[in-house]
Design a binder for this molecule. Structure first.
Ligand SMILES: Cc1cc2nc3c(=O)[nH]c(=O)nc-3n(C[C@H](O)[C@H](O)[C@H](O)COP(=O)(O)OP(=O)(O)OC[C@H]3O[C@@H](n4cnc5c(N)ncnc54)[C@H](O)[C@@H]3O)c2cc1C
Length: 402
């Protein structure tokens, strides 16, 4: 693990090692890119090995085969659909949990747009968790709180990236917490961006992009104001006005991969073998799937991975339009391999850290590399013609080895 190798590819920042250490020998330190890594105090360490045992970087699911049930899912609730990233499956699961007096854990912005996982018991809390935030979320508050909820016998839904769920599950197991009432949901994950660049971006929005004298009250990184497919970033002002940020979109910087956490390029969770009961993504391949319902507004790709997940799915399926999918039509790159580190990542960070004008650097790199621009331009066409899966596998053969 990272405390021994000092290799940044080995640490996903989940903080499980710090949380499990009974000697308080591990603290977290944030590096210049804004990613936190564990620091071991060897005077306090008794070499019990618990930190390595709990570490999601020590596991490897890549190339493991599995046959989950796969569905295209679209919530029947217009309100849920409008305020979710894709088909609203997260909210369907949350509804079932809340109706039974349970607790949901998910990523939400605070008033300053810092992202962390919060504990939710109300519809208001779920609303804050809705939509993908393309920033690394701090899950340190979840461990003890989820433990208390499970010990109290409450239903709990833990949601997050696969490495976060892996960390939480390992930690709960090592603390001998009963998990009969626990459900887990992860996302098909492209990687998590730097909190530092996100904070700078929000500052730039406040200063340069929005009318002075106004406060930002909300930021939606999956606004459906134009359409689900467009994936626009939108800021809501205290006046109620919603401004689309198409020309200065954090999502485009996210997709350039220059600000992604280094461990994501070596993700151990990119396969059909999942750690959670449910895995959720966007289902873009709807043309090939010949959906029997209208995909406009958003559709989830849902992998139901466990018997427990299947039992719950049967109870909630009436709340959505649903169609079973084959593995072929549901294929996505990050169910097979991680995102590839861009060749210019080091150059980006050199420029970013040394420049006073962060806005200029962000604007320049938002465009992405030539390769990413070509990929994004041809992807819709590949999906329409049914060549997306073949192209994705070729990409892996050509670029995966480099
Ligand atoms: C960083 C990230 C990368 C993703 N990459 C892909 C991808 O490559 N392909 C794909 O098909 N889908 C990807 N997704 C998933 C997709 O964007 C939707 O989140 C998913 O389809 C669920 O949609 P929904 O409508 O059911 O729920 P929503 O209402 O959108 O639910 C949001 C859920 O995501 C969780 N969440 C939001 N932001 C974060 C975060 N930063 N860290 C951890 N959990 C978070 C919330 O806790 C909640 O559980 C990604 C999501 C994230 C957060």
């Amino acid at each position: 693990m990272y405390t021994e190798t000092k290799n940044i590819h080995d640490c996903c920042g989940c903080q499980a090692c710090m949380m499990i250490c009974g000697k308080n020998a591990i603290t977290m330190s944030v590096n210049e890119e804004g990613f936190a890594y564990p620091v071991l105090n060897s005077d306090k360490c008794v070499r019990c090995g618990l930190c390595a045992k709990v570490c999601p970087g020590e596991k490897d699911y890549v190339r493991e085969a599995a046959d989950p049930d796969i569905y295209a899912v679209k919530s029947k609730s217009g309100e849920v659909l409008q305020s979710s990233s894709s088909g609203g499956m997260f909210s369907i699961l949350s509804r079932w949990i809340l109706d039974r007096g349970g607790v949901v854990y998910g990523a939400a912005f605070d008033e300053s747009f810092r992202l962390s996982h919060i504990r939710g018991e109300t519809d208001r809390d779920i609303l804050k968790m809705r939509t993908s935030k393309y920033v690394e979320s701090d899950i340190s508050g979840v461990y003890e709180a989820a433990r208390s909820d499970l010990l109290a016998g409450r239903y709990v839904l833990l949601t997050g990236t696969p490495c976060q769920i892996s960390a939480l599950l390992a930690w709960l197991k090592m603390r001998h917490v009963p998990t009969d009432t626990l459900y887990t949901m992860d996302v098909i994950c492209h990687g998590v961006p730097s909190r530092k660049v996100w904070a700078d971006y929000v500052d730039i929005l406040r200063k340069d992009f929005l009318p002075s004298g106004h406060r930002i009250t909300g930021i939606n990184m999956r606004s459906k104001k134009v359409s689900w497919e467009k994936q626009e970033v939108a800021a809501t002002l205290d006046s109620g006005e919603v401004k689309l940020l198409s020309d200065f979109s954090f999502n485009r910087l996210f997709l350039s991969l220059n600000i992604t956490r280094p461990s994501c390029f070596h993700c151990r969770y990119t396969s059909y073998q999942r750690v959670s009961d449910f895995t959720l993504g966007d289902f873009w391949n709807f043309d090939q799937a010949r959906l029997r319902f209208d995909p406009r507004g958003g559709v989830n790709e849902v992998l139901v991975n466990t018997a427990k997940g299947r039992a719950l799915f049967e109870q909630v399926r009436e709340n959505a339009d649903i169609q079973p999918l084959t593995k072929e039509v549901a294929w996505q790159p990050h169910l097979e391999y991680p995102a590839k580190e861009p060749a210019g990542r080091a150059k980006f960070w050199n420029e970013y850290l040394s420049s006073e004008d962060k806005k200029a650097v962000i604007s320049r790199y938002m465009k992405g590399s030539f390769v990413t621009r070509v990929i994004h331009a041809v992807t819709p066409l590949l999906r329409k013609t049914g060549l997306y899966t073949i192209a994705g596998k070729c990409y892996k053969l050509v670029f995966g080895k480099k």
